[in-house]
Design a protein around this ligand. Structure first.
Ligand code: MG
Length: 383
């Protein structure tokens, strides 16, 4: 009886397939004839206007150049971005020069991420932001082909994320206090840039207006290990919860000793770029700050996250000043991390994408497929 029923169902499925298959084939054929099945990469330079002049240990600026990328395939569009803070060495011209060399004609399937990105990485050394702009657009496109956002593809709970820090640069007390007041109620943790002429005074100025937890980023600004350690003990008393890049990036022996004695977790930022840097930093830092622009994008960021976790290291997701395009890409992959610094799009006045949003102090990824973004103004891409 059971077998008869199975036979009947089988025949039904075969009959249904026979009925529907030709129309499906026809549909696919017409779909192909009107749309290109080759990936087409284009780009446009764009200048981000910062809401406030931004000063970190050693640099001050009011704009950040970026290059936005677009990858078209079979009627779908993926978006990407290279953010280019001037001190990192890449420019809009160098990114465009790199993008002109990217020839994707040998790849017919955009979901072959590993193969395509290995090729992109092999075109030239360095150029990490330029590579990230291709990686992000490709992930956006591949996610759209798969019909899912990347947090779902990776099996992450997009709400299981740390609060994002809101960054306050080195500045006069009144400016620092004004920025702090702006952040109160929107953010649950602030990131203070230290390594300036008078860090203690600046922390006290912030403490006079808020008791929110603080992260500090010295951007390699502390040169002496004993002074750095004394400073970290003082900062802990002031409600600081973590320290980023306290000392020069190659001074790993001193940093390792500092981390061993530090009452706060110490994170690598300038000391860590790509996957190959992670293993040697075990025992030197408590954790690493992963940024898409440093590590060539989402593909390698995910590998760094997995490797660091397997080595027992903490992980945070960071950013440059970026539009909601690159921020939304990072937001897809940071669930389960220890810290986040994803305020980049909130620091600019001319964001040109909609995607991840700030909700109760956390950056929450969108549920749209890919990286979950849409341009919020008309952008003209070309080659
Ligand atoms: Mg940093």
């Amino acid at each position: 009886m059971k077998q008869d029923r199975r036979q009947f169902l089988k025949r039904l499925v075969v009959a249904a397939a026979a009925l529907t298959a030709p129309s499906l084939i026809m549909h696919a054929a017409s779909h192909k004839s009107t749309r290109s099945s080759k990936m087409k990469l284009s780009w446009t330079p764009y200048d981000l206007q910062l809401r406030h002049t931004f000063t970190i240990s050693g640099f001050s600026r009011k704009t950040t150049p970026v290059v936005l990328t677009r990858l078209e395939y079979d009627g779908l569009t993926g978006y990407g971005e290279a953010s280019l803070p001037p001190y990192l060495g890449e420019t809009q011209a160098s990114v465009i020069e790199f993008l002109k060399k990217v020839d994707l004609s040998g790849f017919s399937d955009p979901t072959q991420l590993e193969e395509i990105l290995m090729y992109v990485d092999s075109i030239a050394p360095a150029n990490t932001a330029a590579k990230a702009s291709v990686d992000i657009a490709l992930h956006d496109l591949a996610g759209k082909i798969m019909g899912n956002p990347w947090h779902k593809i990776q099996g992450l709970d997009k709400t299981d994320v740390p609060d994002t820090t809101f960054t306050i640069g080195i500045d006069r007390d009144e400016v620092v206090q004004e920025k702090t007041r702006e952040a109160i109620g929107r953010f649950n943790i602030l990131k203070i840039k230290v390594g300036g002429p008078d860090d203690k005074r600046m922390i006290e100025a912030i403490r006079s207006v808020t008791d929110l937890p603080l992260a500090v980023d010295a951007n390699q600004g502390w040169k002496n290990r004993d002074e750095a350690l004394e400073m970290i003990f003082w900062l802990k008393e002031k409600g600081v919860v973590m320290v980023e890049q306290p000392m020069p990036k190659y001074d790993l022996d001193n940093i390792a000793r500092l981390t061993a004695e530090s009452p706060l977790p110490v994170f690598a930022d300038e000391s860590v770029q790509r996957l190959g840097d992670v293993e040697r930093l075990k025992g030197v830092f408590s954790g690493i700050n992963i940024k898409l622009m440093k590590c060539t994008g989402m593909h390698e960021a995910w590998k760094m996250r997995q490797l660091a976790k397997s080595l027992g290291m903490k992980v945070m997701m960071g950013c440059m000043t970026e539009t909601s395009c690159a921020i939304s890409a990072a937001a897809q992959l940071y669930a389960g991390m220890d810290f986040a610094d994803l305020d980049g799009a909130l620091l600019i006045a001319n964001d040109c994408f909609m995607g991840a949003t700030l909700e109760n102090g956390k950056i929450i990824a969108s549920d749209k497929p890919g990286i979950g973004v849409e341009p919020s103004k008309e952008l003209t891409f070309g080659r």
